[in-house]
Design a protein around this ligand. Structure first.
Ligand SMILES: *Cc1c(COP(=O)(O)O)cnc(C)c1O
Length: 372
């Protein structure tokens, strides 16, 4: 039996009746396009805002647009620099460049792989206007020192929560600590739609209104446009699906955390680095990332046994071809660079069977030489 990295089919089967009914309702009402008055989109926005504990959630087409739109809403553009982690999905940096600003990379924490808050100040300049902490793999960045620095330097803080729906930092919900936050509802995320979808969150009324306008052609009213925006709307069908799934998210998060604890126990004697938990964070395990030597061999053994794995990320952003022109050197991002060769994501999802975790651990135990 093959084991995927994330089992979206099992997830659908577990709530099939609810999902099918929700989709059917949208189709019968032909409530396809979101803004400005689609009740399914509005309802999801309200539910997600309540879940987070913020004043506004603004739905949009995907998590990348969410970052791009918020940066624009804050007026960030040419001549500005934005601090982003070296180890993240490219969207975080792409969205900065799309606004004509410069993404400036910050190296990773050696244990958590998130942005290392100790390394932020050395990357800042007079042109720094914003910082985008990414709560990577489901674990929050160490926000208190980051927020203190941002307050002192007057930077805008946009939390990228694409991998961290429901994660906590010292009891505070990810996405409620900065000026604004972005979410992806890509199918494989902890809260995923049946296609692309995204969202933004903030307590700032002015930013909320501006971001909404940008996401919907600068719309003020019918055929009345206050600015040139774009089309970045969430579909009614996606919103209805997300409303159904949001109700299950807390239970799914608990299950992910249980699976992670099982992995920890089963892999305790295998010579690898387990995912470290920061004492300030409640990790929601979007990914379960270990670090191994001889990664290719481990991947091959798992693959022979029908077990899928992932690498997040095989190349840290400064070393991608996309940023080659900037000439970054490995010694500028030593932690991110070193992690590139060892990171390995194992299957994790709420429906993952305990017996499968046992099997994965056994294969890993055989593939990795015993600790000497
Ligand atoms: C998935 C992801 C995004 C982008 O989301 P899309 O919905 O795929 O555009 C942004 N940042 C991070 C860290 C992500 O993991």
């Amino acid at each position: 039996m093959s084991v995927p990295l994330v089992d979206l089919k099992a997830n659908y089967r577990s709530i099939k009746n609810e999902i099918d009914a929700a989709i059917q309702a949208v189709i019968e009402e032909a409530a396809f396009i979101g803004l400005p008055a689609n009740s399914y989109v509005r309802m999801f926005e309200e539910e997600f805002a309540r879940f987070l504990g913020v004043r506004h959630c603004m739905a949009c087409a995907n998590g990348t647009d969410a970052i791009e739109i918020l940066l624009r809403a804050y007026g960030i553009g040419p001549g500005d620099e934005v601090l982003v982690p070296a180890n993240t999905w490219i969207s975080t940096a792409e969205a900065v460049s799309a606004n004509g600003a410069l993404p400036v990379f910050v190296d990773s924490h050696p244990d958590y792989y998130t942005m290392d808050v100790e390394r932020i100040a050395e990357r800042a300049s007079e042109r720094t206007r914003a910082i985008i902490p990414v709560h990577l793999y489901g674990q929050t960045v160490d926000m208190d020192p980051l927020l203190a620095l941002a307050r002192e330097r007057n930077w805008t803080v946009i939390e990228d929560c694409a991998q961290a729906h429901g994660a906590l930092y010292r009891g505070r919900m990810a996405g409620t600590m900065g000026h604004a936050a972005t979410f992806s509802f890509f199918p494989g995320k902890n809260l995923g739609a049946f296609g692309d979808a995204g969202g933004m969150a903030t307590n700032d009324d002015t930013i909320a209104e501006k971001a909404r306008m940008i996401a919907n052609h600068g719309r003020l009213g019918k055929f009345d446009h206050g600015l040139e925006g774009r089309n970045s709307r969430m579909d009614g069908i996606q919103a209805a699906i997300l409303s159904v799934k949001l109700k299950h998210l807390p239970a799914w998060t608990d299950l992910r955390r249980q699976k992670a604890a099982l992995y920890d126990a089963r892999l305790a004697d295998v010579d690898l680095k387990l995912p470290a938990r920061a004492d300030y964070a409640r990790h929601v395990f979007h990914l379960y990332v270990v670090q191994v030597a001889e990664r290719d061999r481990v991947i091959a053994s798992l693959q022979e046994n029908g077990i899928a794995t992932g690498v997040h990320y095989p190349v840290a952003l400064p070393f991608l071809q996309a940023y080659r022109v900037r000439g970054f050197r490995p010694d500028e991002y030593p932690v991110s660079y070193a992690a590139m060769t060892g990171l390995l994501s194992l299957p994790i999802y709420p429906e993952l069977d305990e017996a499968v975790i046992d099997r994965i651990a056994r294969v890993m135990g055989r593939a990795i030489p015993v600790r000497s």
